[in-house]
Design a protein around this ligand. Structure first.
Ligand code: NAD
Ligand code: UDP
Length: 330
């Protein structure tokens, strides 16, 4: 069975490719390298012993996408390709709306045209907006404060309506919480261009001495120690969730939170990193980052009940593997 993985050289996509290959799927990757490097393909070969077929294309380009659908018979696709920097999406809204929404439309259209009836989509906890945690899949989606979040909500809507109108088209909307960590080999991981926006890659760069210190955004939240609380999930657990989602997809629309169900504060994560890896991470408290919520974590009972999937790796595994990748990445 062949699965098309868009954005398969990126952070979550590359880990999912590893898990798909481990589960005997053939993988075709489409990625335009907007936020990844060709070298990842070689790393995937080193980890799995298999070279996935790779197309360097932009998945908003309908003609190029159609060529791939003509060449291969896909059992399903996982659509990771997208732009994901919240701050940048405020500055370049059109780039985000175009890339993230047109790609979803082009791929759905090709699925219908070529009878590919399983579509797994990378959504995000951001679609819940500012609602109290634990966040449940049946909660109403609130307006987002940034274009990135809107692109996820709109893509979800497009896929839901398309599935409603086409009974053979089955859709799985996976709402990720905070994926961190890396493959245990240290060969693939999160490698953002420039200064990282997210906490974990920032911490690993400070630990390595590439950045001077971490700014902790806010320490006056109503949380365990005043710093923001998130539901961090090991990227390998998340990748395994995709394999379960593809396998479990039958008809209609399924929506699942992929998280651990547990909240961890910024200071708890930083202290775990220091303790497990035996390295120092200098930090200072600064003001809150605009748009941040105090606490965000998932209710994960639905995915466990329906797909039998549950995150297994711990915060210690996450910080160890994130550091392993940062060191391997020299
Ligand atoms: P990433 O940037 O590492 O991977 C995305 C990949 O898609 C990159 O390799 C990039 O080159 C490629 N890409 C982007 N636009 C493309 C296009 N038009 N055509 C072809 N390739 C294109 O990001 P990631 O962290 O692996 O995220 C994967 C998906 O999961 C994204 O859709 C993201 O919005 C979503 N998501 C990520 C997080 C997170 O915290 N990392 C959280 C929630 C949702
Ligand atoms: N954070 C921080 N310093 C940073 C980056 C993030 O203190 O340099 C905090 C942020 O305020 C939030 C948590 O770390 O409480 C996770 O932030 P991230 O950007 O990784 O994820 P998101 O905000 O999207 O959940």
């Amino acid at each position: 069975m062949t699965i098309l993985v868009t954005g398969g050289l990126g952070f979550i996509g590359s880990h999912t490719v590893v898990e798909l290959i481990k589960n005997n799927y053939e993988v075709v990757i489409a990625d335009n390298l907007a936020n990844s490097k060709l070298e990842v393909l070689e790393r995937l070969y080193q980890i799995t012993g298999v070279r996935p077929i790779f197309y360097q294309i932009d998945v908003t380009d309908e003609a190029l996408v159609e060529e791939i659908f003509r060449k291969h018979k896909f059992a399903g696709l996982i659509h990771f390709a997208g732009l994901k920097a919240v701050g940048e999406s405020v500055e370049k809204p059109l780039d985000y709306y175009y890339n993230n929404i047109v790609s979803t439309m082009v791929l759905s259209k090709m699925c219908l045209r070529y009878q590919v009836d399983k579509f797994v989509f990378s959504s995000s906890a951001t679609v819940y907006g500012e609602q109290p945690s634990p966040l449940r899949e049946d909660m109403e989606l609130k307006p987002r404060t940034n274009p990135y979040g809107e692109t996820k909500a709109i893509s979800e809507r497009i896929l839901i309506d398309t599935a409603r109108a086409n009974e053979n088209f089955a859709v799985s909307l996976l709402r990720y919480f905070n994926p961190i960590g890396a493959h245990e080999s240290g060969l693939i991981g999160e490698d953002p261009n420039g200064i990282p926006n997210n906490l974990m890659p920032f911490v690993t760069k400070v630990a390595k001495g590439l950045l001077v210190k971490l700014s902790v955004f806010g320490h006056d939240y109503d949380t365990v120690d005043g710093t923001g609380v998130r539901d961090y999930i090991h990227v390998v657990d998340l990748a395994r969730g995709h394999v379960r989602a593809i396998e479990g997809l039958d008809t209609g629309v399924s929506i699942y939170n992929l998280g651990t169900g547990k909240g961890t504060s910024v200071l708890e994560l930083v202290n775990a990193f220091i303790r497990v890896n035996g390295v120092d991470v200098p930090y200072e408290f600064v003001g809150r980052r605009s748009g941040d919520v105090a606490t965000c974590f998932a209710d994960v009972s639905k995915v466990e009940r329906e797909l039998g999937w549950k995150a297994e790796l711990t915060i210690e595994d996450m910080v160890r593997d994130a550091w392993g990748f940062e060191q391997g990445g020299e």
